[in-house]
Design a protein around this ligand. Structure first.
Ligand code: GTP
Ligand code: MG
Length: 148
């Protein structure tokens, strides 16, 4: 089954949105297979956002994502990578539709609450950066019979 990496950013943790965000993905029908509250070391932040290294906001981005604890998660489900991106909303909250996480809870691009992998390649890379294989749980839920 497809997996993706999602993360409640420091602003989402500080604004008590972990439960709200986990609930949205559970209610949708996706399955949580790994999660941890953690403080991201600078080196991991730089690796995670490596694709943005040359962007003018890179330093700000790394400072922000290391400014407090994040809630890192791996979710599993049919088309979970692209569907999670839709549920997150557009990168800039001024363009995110109401009903999306960013549309409902964020106003500015630098504090947009949630991260999600944008492709199968980035999902695999990011899951590997944040989780060991032993930290991911493989299990089945009977409710899945009514979802997939
Ligand atoms: P992520 O899921 O966080 O990777 O967001 P995304 O895939 O929707 O956007 P992208 O990967 O292009 O950008 C990564 C993050 O950089 C965004 O989520 C924003 O938080 C941040 N970002 C993007 N553009 C700007 C900007 O112009 N200024 C600042 N401060 N941050 C930005
Ligand atoms: Mg991105």
């Amino acid at each position: 089954m497809e997996k993706t990496f999602l993360m409640v950013k420091p602003d989402g943790v500080q604004r008590n949105l972990i439960g709200e965000i986990v609930g949205r993905f559970e209610n949708k029908g996706f399955q949580l297979v790994g999660a941890k509250l953690m403080q991201i070391p600078t080196e991991l932040a730089e690796q995670h956002y490596g694709e943005h290294k040359e962007r003018p906001f890179f330093g700000e981005l790394v400072d922000f994502i290391t400014s407090g604890p994040v809630f890192a998660m791996v979710w599993e489900g049919e088309n979970v990578i692209s569907t999670a991106r839709l549920m997150m909303g557009a990168t800039n909250p001024k363009d995110s539709a109401p009903g999306t996480v960013r549309g409902d809870f964020a106003v500015t691009v630098g504090k947009n609450i949630i991260h999600g992998s944008d492709s199968p390649e980035s999902a695999e890379r990011e899951i590997g950066l944040f989780f060991n294989q032993e930290e991911l749980v493989s299990y089945s839920k009977s409710s899945n019979d009514w979802i997939n």
